[in-house]
Ligand binder design. Structure first.
Ligand SMILES: Cc1cc2nc3c(=O)[nH]c(=O)nc-3n(C[C@H](O)[C@H](O)[C@H](O)COP(=O)(O)O)c2cc1C
Length: 423
């Protein structure tokens, strides 16, 4: 199977072509370090056999906070906490990279540090609703350096590479690349491919200079912004070779732009499976580095066919690995019917919008997601006969876990069907 074949991104050798997408969880500590809960969540995916794990947004500046409990590598003091994460995951044969970001107009710096968010041109944060001011050209040097130092820290913390977030007309690099948010008339505007990519090219070149030419960079980009006035697939393909020249080792093709409910980035069933594929193919035609694609690869057979047809080199999965961290192992074992499938209910992302309440990510079909620290499927000391009353989702999950632990189960249901409110 193509999905199981190894592949290299620059110097990083991957055991297979299945990649975990970056997903902000809000499992981090208040001080922006990875928590034991986050490590346990990622560890479960590492054990599940995925080849490359992209850790969620990790900011380049401590004061540019993205979410209440997201991560930073904006200062050397954060390196040891990230080292704990990489050491834990590297026990399993997996590669790991953080998603390096300056949140730009999506920064919560206003809430936390009283500093106005920044953007290529004055705008309002799509998710925060906060005003952001236009960056002065002189400020860009500091931002380029922050990216480079963050990449260096990522390497020192034991990561195998980085993903640069420049997608979704979101964050800082994504907004600089898009005419929808970048209205500048100077050398960093969007009027030519060189101007449009100028900041990103500087960031890429400086990262290579500081973190090393052999430290792989994956670039996450929207192939097609899907909004009138935004970049289409041809526009993105036109800049892709410039970005490879500047140091990109692989492309990660997403699509769409940010909106308050991020419904274009994390698409529901109204979008077809593999909805970013045409844009990924357009980029693949013009570059000679690996191209990975994300977006509703819920069915491993479709993912395999995508690789067989050479439409992409790697498949990135977000929600499918929340629903079933063992998906890659089950693919390898040919046990596709045992995969617990994501149903695109969007509960994972909706649960993130409860801030300032307990806005932590959870999964409607996998109650263990985010609770890995406290999982206990070990055989029970004393085997019992457990009677579960009610075969709705909760009763069935209780019965399943009790069964895994070795108890004898009787499941009682008054209706003629199992599944309760799920049916
Ligand atoms: C809970 C959640 C959090 C996400 N956080 C991020 C993020 O921090 N950075 C990012 O670029 N994309 C983020 N995404 C988008 C995913 O990386 C991915 O592009 C999207 O879920 C579509 O892939 P899928 O159909 O395999 O889930 C997030 C998605 C989810 C569901």
């Amino acid at each position: 199977m193509k999905l199981l074949e190894p592949l290299s991104i620059g110097s990083m050798r991957l055991k297979n072509r299945m990649v975990m997408a970056p997903m902000t969880t809000n499992y981090g500590n208040e001080d922006q370090t990875p928590s034991d809960r986050l490590i346990a969540f990622l560890l479960e995916r590492a054990k599940g056999g995925v080849g490359l794990i992209t850790v969620e947004v990790c900011t380049v500046d401590v004061k540019q906070k993205y979410q209440p409990q997201s991560l930073t590598l904006g200062s050397d003091e954060f390196i040891p906490a990230h080292r704990k994460l990489t050491d834990a995951l590297h026990q399993y044969d997996v590669k790991i990279q953080p998603q390096i970001t300056h949140p730009g107009p999506e920064s919560m710096s206003g809430f936390y540090f009283g500093e106005m968010p920044v953007a290529p041109s004055a705008t309002t944060g799509a998710c925060t609703g906060l005003p952001a001011r236009e960056l002065d050209i002189a400020e860009l040097d500091g931002i380029v350096e922050a990216y480079a130092q963050t990449a260096r820290r990522a390497r020192e913390a034991g990561y195998d590479g980085i993903e640069l977030h420049a997608a979704h007309c979101y964050m800082l690099l994504g907004t600089f690349l898009s005419p929808l948010k970048n209205k500048r008339m100077d050398a960093y505007g969007t009027d030519t491919p060189e101007n449009r990519t100028r900041l990103l090219v500087r960031v890429l070149q400086r990262i290579k200079a500081v973190a090393g030419t052999d430290f792989p960079i994956t670039l996450r980009i929207s192939g097609f912004e899907r909004i009138p006035g935004g970049r289409d697939a041809a526009d993105t393909a036109a800049i892709a070779p410039l970005l490879v020249d500047a140091g990109v080792d692989a492309f990660h093709v997403s699509g769409g732009v940010s909106d308050p409910m991020v419904s274009q980035m994390i698409c529901g069933p109204e979008y077809p499976d593999g909805y970013n594929l045409p844009a990924a193919e357009a980029i693949k035609r013009v570059v000679d580095v690996p191209v990975m694609v994300v977006g509703r690869f819920l069915d491993p057979e479709f993912a395999e066919q995508t690789l067989q047809d050479k439409r992409a080199d790697m498949i990135v999965m977000g929600r499918p690995l929340l629903a079933d961290p063992q998906l890659p192992n089950k693919v390898a074992a040919g046990k596709l019917e045992e995969i617990r499938r994501c149903i695109s209910c969007q509960n994972c992302i909706d649960s993130m919008f409860l801030w300032p309440m307990d806005a932590r990510m959870n999964c409607a079909v996998n109650p263990a997601t985010g609770r890995e620290q406290h999982l206990n499927y070990a055989p029970a000391a004393q085997q019992k006969h457990v009677v579960v009353i009610g075969a709705g989702p909760a009763g069935m999950e209780a019965a399943r876990v009790a069964c895994e632990r070795g108890h004898r189960i009787t499941l009682l249901e008054k209706s003629r069907r199992l599944g309760g409110s799920l049916t």
